[in-house]
Design a binder for this molecule. Structure first.
Ligand code: CTP
Ligand code: CA
Length: 230
């Protein structure tokens, strides 16, 4: 599904891509997770290789195979993803955060399987917020313009604003260079080969990408990244 004749504008560059959805375990058999398949992250990794980059793929519980030729770093939880991403981002030219990290984790992990109680009383699961890896990647690069940092946002419009309103606010809050916005109001995107998105830039520009294969969106993202490399 790769484009023929794509530019080799990432030759000699090292990029980090995060993919999939993190899991936060409650006990040895149960976890809190999300619907991210890893398809978009895998498409980003494949297309970066095709454009000449060396690629580190930080892979969280992918439901699709990782492409050959990447440096594969497998992670489970948001904390694992945080450590791997910060480590590899330190020497990267670009970091694209396509993974869906769990926002919350259980405050404690039960070493033994949680059993049903004879009185029928259901347990209450207390949660604590996870660190924001994207914000930490932006903080780690400090005042330099490298690496170029790209976030993703799956948004729905609501009473407080449209999909793009929420996305603009998120881009400003996170401090990244680009934010790829998907409208997920009808369960679109998850586990599908196709996606439609808008690539918002911190400079105020917006680049719509029509519905098409996730590798086409990936190429559009790399094209925007390539113009911002230092
Ligand atoms: N992200 C991250 N660490 C987290 C949560 C999100 O690095 N703990 C990254 C995602 O990989 C994505 C971007 O931040 O690239 C936006 O994720 P999103 O879930 O939309 O942002 P949140 O700040 O968690 O906002 P929301 O409350 O809308 O979920
Ligand atoms: Ca989130």
């Amino acid at each position: 599904a790769l484009l023929a004749g794509h530019p080799r504008d990432l030759a000699g560059r090292h990029v980090v891509v995060t993919a999939g959805g993190t899991r936060e375990y409650l006990d040895p058999v149960r976890f809190l997770g999300n619907r991210s398949s890893g398809l978009q992250g895998v498409a980003l990794a494949e297309t970066a290789l095709a454009r000449g980059a060396s690629v580190t793929l930080v892979a969280a519980n992918l439901s699709v195979p990782a492409p050959a030729g990447v440096e594969l770093v497998e992670v489970v939880s948001t904390e694992d993803l945080r450590q791997a991403t910060l480590k590899h981002a330190a020497s990267a030219d670009a970091v694209v955060m396509a993974a869906a990290p769990a926002d919350f984790r259980p405050t404690s992990f039960a070493d033994a399987k949680i059993k049903k109680r004879p009185d029928g009383q259901a347990p209450t699961i207390e949660l604590v917020e996870n660190p924001d890896v994207l914000v930490e990647v932006v903080q780690q690069r400090g005042a330099t313009a490298s690496p170029v940092v790209v976030g993703f946002a799956a948004e729905t419009g609501d009473a407080n604003g449209s999909v793009l309103d929420h996305a603009r606010a998120k881009l400003a809050r996170k401090g990244c260079d680009l934010l790829v916005v998907n409208d997920v109001s009808e369960g679109k995107v998850f586990g599908r080969a196709d996606s439609e998105a808008v690539i918002l830039a911190a400079d105020g520009s917006a680049h719509p990408v029509a519905l098409g294969h996730k590798s086409l969106l990936a190429h559009a993202i790399w094209a925007e990244v390539a113009t911002r490399l230092t």
